[in-house]
Write a protein that binds this ligand. Structure first.
Ligand code: SF4
Length: 709
């Protein structure tokens, strides 16, 4: 049972990448109080329905409270921490000794705190000697990372949330912000109502976000690149490009424009290829051309694509060509899905990043090796998520540790992933729950991790703002912080010296010191100014946007207004993008295109939101959205049960007639899993084609058939 803490604390919401501040406390009567933090710049005291019902999610029902191991009988049985940690270390050591470091892998989560992520990354990349460390953020925003790095030479979000308050045009691409980033959406609607800012929504679905838009472009799936290529052509022909900015700070404009003209030579051709009317395309182009203060926000509709990086580049091209970047009320803006996707990017939680936004060049590997005193540095990129689970299926990865995520439900081709996990020599799961699809796939060791309300550390939100997550509840049972668990395994692998952190503040200080180690201004991510925080200063750390380069620096709102990119020549690169082409096209056998995504009130696989009665009322069960004429043609009525089948799996869902769907397209929510509604494992339906630059899978366009049940 939780014991109450005397005073409410300022912490951060554990859901979306808006990163709202929360004042949370546990009263003497055991009741938890939750309120928005008026002092946090992300939300200024507001919370959406998910944040405000956090108090309903804190029961210890179904909570993993003790380490467990699978006995010979096949049952999971309680063991001591000593036994469990020894077994994890022994299993990893055996895999390394018999098949080498690359036979091991960590699969992490954007729910982890930065300090947890740092410990995991350091152990694998510096001490075990493999970069097989990837994260569910690969499914979330890896294409934004690749697009940023290609254009800017660094994974930098150029602007700040204040730009949304100050923009005159807000363009949302593949983003249902009204449901998925609600507090930011409220700021955008306020800009519209109070200042007359226009909102354009570009999405194949007419979502809740479209309801408040001034212009809705219900675009053909996969055609975003064409629309923004057409926009670049229009900007060039209208004389709206910023020739001074282009000349001083960029390269690649001519090549990008030539390619854009091949993809979308005219406005009429753009309209035809995107499924939009010429009038709507002309309106969008005119608004973008005439409005200097434009922010283009993009999310999973752009990222979760086998061409996600090119879609990002097509957007960045238009902002770079007009010099609308890093200035008040202007810029491209990637909305991250998870609470700490950004923190994971900062520590190197992605298999193709090393640490502190460094990659795997010889100089960078050597620098990190010396900083860590690392005995066995990974010297090349590791396997990205889809590749990683393919390697599990192929038997080349023998030992895997999954932390805070449920890949057997959330990965594309989830049934194949679940089967592959069952063949591992060692599957370790650190989590809060007693059971989920991944645990049921045959996990050998379960480690009880601290949950929100108990965890202590930092997260970074979509605008680069580092905020503290503070505990207001004691650790229940034998739950422990993830960074501590990782350090204990590291010690058992013989690496005590590199992992002898006495507390979480010391992990953060080391992470901050690495960001400025031999930096000399070569990296955007530099929080060296936080490397000397005392424990008390870390405890009191106020939300701050990086970089924080020295102890007097208090963050930077915007990058790149005057160039200063992190490429070798200091110039941004405009990119000649590839013509759009979906990987899986409907045909006579599978005539629909299946899109997947979130509902308003649930989060991921519902391990937390599923506990809140208030949240369950919005959408009590998973439904399949379909255009009324498609339903009629299939002989299916509203509310009927239907079987969805793809080349990868099947699911049974209740039909919800939705005129906001385009003809031939259906939409299913991702949240319900084998643990909740076995028939609605949507991850099992989705193809695993990936973007060639980011490795992010195409989660929003799989050919599907539909039949009555
Ligand atoms: Fe939490 Fe996001 Fe809602 Fe803010 S907008 S309260 S971060 S879920």
């Amino acid at each position: 049972v939780h014991e109450p803490q005397p005073k409410p604390v300022a912490t951060t919401c554990p859901y979306c990448g808006v990163g709202c501040g929360v004042i949370a406390g546990a009263g003497g009567d055991g009741r938890v109080t939750i309120a928005g933090d008026p002092g946090h710049p992300a939300n200024r005291g507001k919370l959406c329905v998910k944040g405000s019902t956090l108090g309903e999610t804190l029961s210890l029902d179904d909570r993993l409270l003790h380490p467990m191991m699978r006995a010979r009988s096949g049952a999971l049985e309680r063991v001591s921490w000593e036994t469990a940690l020894d077994a994890v270390a022994e299993g990893f050591r055996r895999a390394i000794d018999t098949a080498g470091p690359d036979a091991t892998a960590f699969y992490l989560s954007g729910q982890l705190l930065t300090e947890d992520y740092y410990a995991a990354n350091k152990l694998m990349k510096g001490f075990v000697g493999t970069a097989n460390v990837d994260t569910n953020s690969r499914l979330c925003m890896a294409s934004s990372v690749a697009g940023h790095r290609r254009a800017f030479g660094s994974d930098t979000v150029p602007g700040a949330y204040e730009d949304l308050d100050e923009a005159d045009l807000l363009v949302l691409v593949g983003s249902n912000a009204a449901w998925c980033h609600p507090i930011l959406w409220q700021r955008m609607v306020a800009a519209q109502r109070e200042r007359g800012a226009r909102i354009v929504v570009i999405d194949p679905r007419r979502t809740a976000t479209a309801a408040d838009a001034d212009l809705v472009l219900q675009i053909q799936p996969g055609a975003d690149t064409t629309l923004f290529a057409g926009l670049l052509v229009h900007l060039a022909e209208a004389g709206a490009c910023d020739s001074l900015y282009l000349a001083a700070h960029t390269t690649g404009f001519d090549e990008a424009l030539v390619r854009a003209r091949e993809i979308a030579p005219t406005l009429a051709a753009t309209a035809a290829a995107t499924g939009l009317t010429p009038g709507d395309v002309a309106t969008f182009f005119a608004w973008f051309t005439e409005t200097a203060r434009t922010v283009t926000l993009y999310s999973q509709g752009v990222n979760q694509s086998a061409q996600g990086t090119d879609k990002v580049s097509a957007i960045l091209n238009c902002h770079l060509a007009t010099g609308r970047i890093g200035r008040q009320g202007m810029g491209p803006f990637s909305l991250t899905g998870q609470p700490n996707a950004m923190g994971g990017r900062e520590v190197g939680g992605l298999a193709n990043m090393l640490a502190a936004h460094m990659g795997f060049s010889g100089t960078e590997v050597d620098r990190v090796r010396r900083f860590w005193g690392a005995p066995r540095m990974a010297e090349r990129e590791g396997l990205k998520a889809v590749q990683m689970f393919d390697a599990v299926a192929a038997g080349t990865i023998r030992a895997m540790w999954v932390m805070g995520t449920n890949p057997a439900a959330s990965m594309p081709r989830a049934d194949a992933v679940r089967a592959a996990l069952g063949g591992l020599d060692l599957l370790v799961v650190s989590d809060n729950v007693l059971s989920n699809d991944t645990i049921q796939s045959g996990a050998h060791i379960l480690l009880p991790a601290a949950a929100w309300g108990e965890k202590d550390g930092t997260v970074t939100n979509s605008e680069r703002r580092i905020s503290r997550q503070r505990p207001f509840l004691p650790l229940p049972g034998e739950a422990r912080p993830d960074w501590w668990i990782i350090a204990e395994v590291a010690k058992r692998l013989g690496f005590a010296e590199g992992f002898a952190w006495p507390n979480v503040a010391s992990v953060f200080r080391e992470h901050a010191a690495l960001s400025s180690f031999e930096n000399r201004g070569t990296r955007d991510f530099d929080i060296g100014g936080l490397a000397c925080l005392s424990e008390a200063q870390y405890e009191d750390l106020a939300p701050v946007q990086w970089p924080v380069r020295n102890h007097t620096d208090r963050g930077l709102k915007r990058f790149f207004a005057a160039g200063g990119f992190y490429t070798a020549d200091g110039r941004a690169r405009l990119v000649a993008v590839a013509p759009p082409a979906l990987k899986d096209l409907p045909d006579a056998n599978r005539p629909f295109l299946l899109n997947t995504g979130r509902t308003r009130d649930q989060w991921h696989t519902m391990t937390r939101t599923g506990k809140a009665p208030t949240l369950g009322r919005h959408a009590p069960e998973p439904t399949l959205a379909i255009h009324p004429e498609d339903a009629a043609a299939a002989g299916l009525a509203d509310g009927a049960m239907a079987r969805v089948a793809t080349a990868h799996g099947t699911a049974v869902l209740r039909l919800a007639i939705d005129p906001g769907q385009r003809r031939g397209e259906i939409f299913a929510p991702i949240h319900w899993t084998g643990e909740t509604t076995a028939a609605a494992r949507v991850g099992a339906l989705v193809q695993a084609a990936t973007d060639p630059f980011s490795g992010q899978p195409e989660l929003k366009a799989t050919a599907a058939s539909l039949a009555p049940v």
